[in-house]
Design a binder for this molecule. Structure first.
Ligand SMILES: Cc1cc2nc3c(=O)[nH]c(=O)nc-3n(C[C@H](O)[C@H](O)[C@H](O)COP(=O)(O)OP(=O)(O)OC[C@H]3O[C@@H](n4cnc5c(N)ncnc54)[C@H](O)[C@@H]3O)c2cc1C
Length: 384
């Protein structure tokens, strides 16, 4: 049962939504999601089945082996998968956005022909390697160096919080190629095999994202061929910025699906849990909490698909993307927090998905641009 999840999609989009929903019901039941989280197992078997359904190629043009659909369809897939398990959706997002959209936005034609069909077929996983121990929000301060040596670049440096880099076929590695240029200018992106000699990956023990996980990575004289430069030399920052709205949109879709799951769990519990001789959902204070949760999930969905339509229509939407990232991520955390209150002591146990939502929702206000950084970006767009 879903609380008020309807949205005005076309008939084809509704068919897609229903088929992802059916898939999630059958392949990603709560027991599966719980096992992945509790036992730190990446949902790779389900990722392969998602590839078989053709959903990894949704945003990839047909000439590269994809379905040639738009951001609304991508949002539907990410939202619905996230309803089952947020980290499964994140795995798909890394392939479809960090992988495919990076190639489509700034990859060469040769790189597109080489990699996009593999991404669409599920034979290629991606990750993003930007954050460093001394460069988080201040991402332009990264120090990882790439120095030209004949046909290769030699890479040295350290990254932190690189999610699923251990599973990736290639990671988008952000490096400094010319330290003499101003900070935002001397950066370049490489499509690096994280299993190359000289790369050491160490899994981090984190509160959230325990299934797929996140890692620290060191690069010690790693040789990367010049053909694996993504985009133009020293234009890495510019390239990263062009993909930001797509990333923020994808995050909004993911947290909306996860928040819907948290809401549905709390609603069912409020109907089932008897105290003082009646379901706790009969108490007005619990009803109001659920009404607020429903309102926030609804607004999150509206913001997500408004953004999808802007992206599909190629309308500039940097401010809207930042607003959606803030609102949807904070709404997910509020919904999970109120969900914990409604489930009372039982919320603390993994028998219900709420404690996972509570943990996973916390990172969404920090990762991929914190709420503070988003607000600063909106303020800039307001001319402040
Ligand atoms: C589980 C997890 C997964 C992640 N996955 C990835 C990944 O796959 N790839 C990747 O590259 N990175 C990843 N990250 C990194 C994530 O994007 C960073 O943690 C985030 O950008 C914040 O950087 P920081 O942690 O260094 O915090 P800091 O930048 O040190 O910020 C600390 C606090 O100060 C605030 N702050 C900083 N600057 C300002 C400012 N100018 N104005 C107001 N407030 C400010 C921040 O909002 C925050 O509240 C992940 C992180 C986690 C925890």
């Amino acid at each position: 049962m879903r609380a008020g999840a309807d949205f005005s999609f076309t008939e084809e989009q509704l068919m897609l939504r229903d088929s992802v929903r059916r898939f999630v019901r059958e392949q990603v039941p709560e027991e599966y999601a719980r096992k992945c989280d509790q036992e730190k197992i990446a949902p790779l078997d389900t990722f392969d089945k998602i590839a078989e359904m053709g959903w990894l190629g949704i945003g990839i043009p047909e000439e590269y082996g994809g379905a040639g659909l738009g951001f609304t369809e991508l949002g539907i897939v990410l939202e619905e998968l996230s309803y089952g398990l947020l980290e499964l959706s994140v795995l798909v997002y890394r392939a479809t956005v960090h992988g495919a959209q990076s190639l489509l936005t700034y990859g060469s034609e040769e790189q597109r022909r080489k990699y996009l069909p593999l991404i669409a077929a599920g034979k290629f996983k991606s990750s993003m390697s930007l954050t460093e121990p001394n460069a988080g929000s201040d991402a332009a301060g990264i120090q990882t160096r790439a120095v030209r040596d004949g046909d290769y670049y030699i890479i040295n440096g350290s990254k932190i919080f690189n999610s699923q880099v251990d599973l990736a076929t290639r990671t988008v590695l952000v490096t400094r190629t010319d330290p003499s240029l101003p900070q935002h200018k001397g950066m370049s992106l490489f499509f690096v095999d994280p299993h190359s000699p000289g790369v050491t990956i160490r899994r981090l023990d984190t509160l959230c994202f325990r299934s797929v996980g996140t890692n620290s990575v060191s690069y010690d004289n790693v040789r990367v061929h010049k053909d694996d430069l993504l985009g133009e030399l020293n234009s890495g920052w510019k390239h990263l910025m062009t993909n930001l709205t797509k990333e923020r949109f994808s995050v909004a879709a993911q947290v909306t699906g996860a928040a819907q799951n948290a809401l549905d769990c709390a609603l069912q519990y409020a109907k089932d849990r008897i105290q003082f001789g009646q379901p706790i959902g009969k108490f007005q204070v619990i009803q109001h909490k659920l009404a607020d949760m429903q309102t926030q999930v609804h607004i999150s969905r509206l913001m997500t698909y408004d953004l999808a339509r802007r992206l599909d229509a190629k309308i500039e939407c940097r401010k809207e993307a930042s607003m959606a990232k803030i609102y949807t991520c904070e709404a997910y955390h509020r919904v999970a927090d109120e969900g914990m209150q409604i489930l009372g002591g039982y919320s603390m146990m993994p028998d219900f998905p709420m404690e996972r939502h509570y943990r996973d929702s916390r990172i969404m206000r920090i990762g991929g641009g914190s709420s503070e950084v988003m607000r600063t970006s909106i303020a800039k767009d307001l001319g402040l």
